[in-house]
Ligand binder design. Structure first.
Ligand code: NAI
Length: 247
């Protein structure tokens, strides 16, 4: 990636088939970035990649929680598209439950996908980025990781863990020319929030200073800035894109 231009850089976006990840993939493709969309469902990832503007985009089937699949995917992307310059750890799940009812599997699955998944991909791309002294990692955490949320002990812990991961990776790799930041979205209109009923959405709106839920494109605009040359002096930061929920 040149200091002034990210066109032609290869980016991996996990969970990029839909929602926030898809909006990030689309914004990257619009900016001339070559995007590898990673998802558990390979066909959905390929379909999403085929719809992006520009050439060279591809979809890959991979469960981010499985280190062997992640290593193989990184190798496959680099063999076909070239060195990975940008990694966006966006894949995430929820398994909400009140603490006393939360099952081991509900806790473990969320940590495995949201936190271990980001670690798996970060470790897999780091050697190449360090060698080239060039790379950007962006983790999609959540305001819930900053302020907690009743019924989401597993999810909030995974997202708070991502903040620690972001800052540690930023410190460890800064001297090697690699930046690492996080975005903490507030409530964004996607499949993840579609399950909320009108009453819940209304009370949410009241808790958001800007008075509305966000759109995936709002997160994508921040993502494009943070991976681009305009953010060359920014690392280890968590940018809330939340209509002012966390100040
Ligand atoms: P979504 O559910 O629409 O999309 C998540 C994507 O991640 C899906 O394509 C899913 O297949 C993929 N994914 C999940 N587990 C995976 C795994 N183990 N391996 C590979 N792919 C996997 O969710 P949305 O709303 O687009 O969320 C994207 C990210 O933003 C998540 O990390 C979420 O926690 C975070 N976020 C979302 C907020 C919202 O209000 N929608 C708020 C704050 C954070």
């Amino acid at each position: 990636m040149s200091e002034t231009d990210i066109r032609g850089t290869v980016a991996v976006v996990t969970g990029g088939s839909r929602g926030i990840g898809h909006a990030i993939a689309a914004a990257f493709a619009d900016a001339g970035i070559v995007v590898a969309i990673v998802g558990r469902n390979g066909e959905a990832a390929e379909r999403a990649a085929a719809e992006l503007p520009g050439a060279g985009h591809a979809g890959y089937a991979c469960d981010v929680a499985d280190p062997a699949q992640v290593d193989a995917t990184v190798k496959a992307v680099e063999a076909s598209a070239g060195p990975i310059g940008i990694l966006v750890n966006n894949a995430g799940i929820t398994r909400d439950n009140i603490l006393l009812r939360m099952k081991d599997e509900e806790f473990d699955e969320v940590i495995a996908a949201n936190l271990k998944g980001a670690f798996n991909f970060t470790r897999a791309v780091t050697r190449g980025m360090m060698k080239r002294r060039d790379g950007v990692i962006l983790n999609i955490t959540s305001v819930v990781g900053l302020m907690g949320n009743a019924g989401q002990a597993n999810y909030a812990a995974s997202k708070a863990g991502l903040v620690g991961l972001t800052k540690s990776v930023a410190k460890e790799l800064a001297g090697r020319g690699v930046r690492c930041n996080a975005i903490a979205p507030g409530f964004i209109e996607t499949d993840m929030t579609a399950a909320l009923d009108e009453g819940q959405v209304e009370s949410l709106r009241e808790s958001i200073p800007l008075g509305a839920l966000g759109r995936p494109e709002d997160v994508a605009a921040a993502a494009l800035f943070l991976v681009g040359p305009g953010a060359r002096y920014i690392t280890g930061q968590v940018l809330a894109v939340d209509g002012g929920m966390v100040m």
